[in-house]
Design a protein around this ligand. Structure first.
Ligand code: F6R
Length: 234
């Protein structure tokens, strides 16, 4: 594991952007696993800039997002499809048909199975971006008694609903369920980069220097061969 402590969020985004740049230089048609949330926004801004400058080409890139709220349409402003379009996809030369977010409107079992099949068909994820929840979740894989395997429909933990309520008009609007990539799929990514700001310092320390336990889902990453953690000082 490589562990960076950066002085601020800008510096964190710079290092993450370099990792993405290196990945695309090595493989133009990379499969990128992407995350939503506040933490990766600085990275996405840099990827847009690098694309506009002609340094990064996304024309052959395929993407799979970690998760989506159950029941939200792609047009809903809090859906993760909307987030990805507005923070990244609408501003780079990626083909929309090459971007994938779990289908939150389909019957859950079908949506989960199809998402796993899709990732397999793409040949797996080359570089997976992760954030971390206040309770140690990655994707929406919440603390549990076992590490979940494939894509699954989950009931969000109260801590996650509380944390994400800031983005909705009212806490009651936060969906209770989501579809998320499972831990096995995340662990099969060839490379992983996890970003966390200072407010996640304690849970990051627990996840990467504590016991490996499904109670702290991110702790499973200690067993991955190629993971970079970037913890910002802000
Ligand atoms: C989002 C996701 C989540 C977030 C995590 C941190 O796609 O998978 O695990 O990465 O909840 O969110 P922020 O960055 O908003 O603190």
């Amino acid at each position: 594991m490589e562990f960076y402590r950066t002085k601020d969020n800008e510096n964190m985004a710079d290092i993450a952007a370099q990792i993405f740049q290196r990945q695309l230089e090595q493989k133009l048609d990379s499969v990128l696993g992407l995350a939503t949330g506040t933490t990766p926004i600085g990275l996405y801004d840099r990827l847009i800039l690098l694309n506009k400058k002609g340094i990064l080409d996304f024309s052959k890139v395929r993407t799979v997002n970690l998760d989506e709220y159950r029941g939200l349409t792609p047009e809903h402003e809090q859906s993760y499809r909307y987030f990805m379009n507005s923070h990244l996809f609408d501003h780079i030369n990626i083909k929309k048909e090459n971007t994938n977010v779990p289908d939150a409107l389909k019957e859950a079992e079908v949506a989960c199975r199809e998402y796993d099949e899709l990732i397999e068909k793409l040949g797996g994820v080359d570089l997976q971006l992760l954030g971390i929840g206040v309770n140690g979740h990655i994707g929406f894989d919440e603390p549990d008694t076992v590490f979940p395997k494939g894509t699954q429909c989950v009931k969000l933990a109260q801590a996650t609903i509380d944390a994400n309520a800031r983005l909705f008009n009212d806490k009651s609007e936060v969906p209770e369920y989501a579809i998320t990539m499972g831990i096995r799929t995340i662990m099969m990514a060839k490379q992983i980069v996890l970003l966390a700001n200072q407010s996640k310092k304690e849970i990051v320390e627990q996840a990467f220097y504590g016991d490996i336990t499904p109670q702290v889902p991110a702790s499973v990453l200690q067993m991955h061969q190629n993971v970079t953690v970037i913890l910002s000082g802000e």
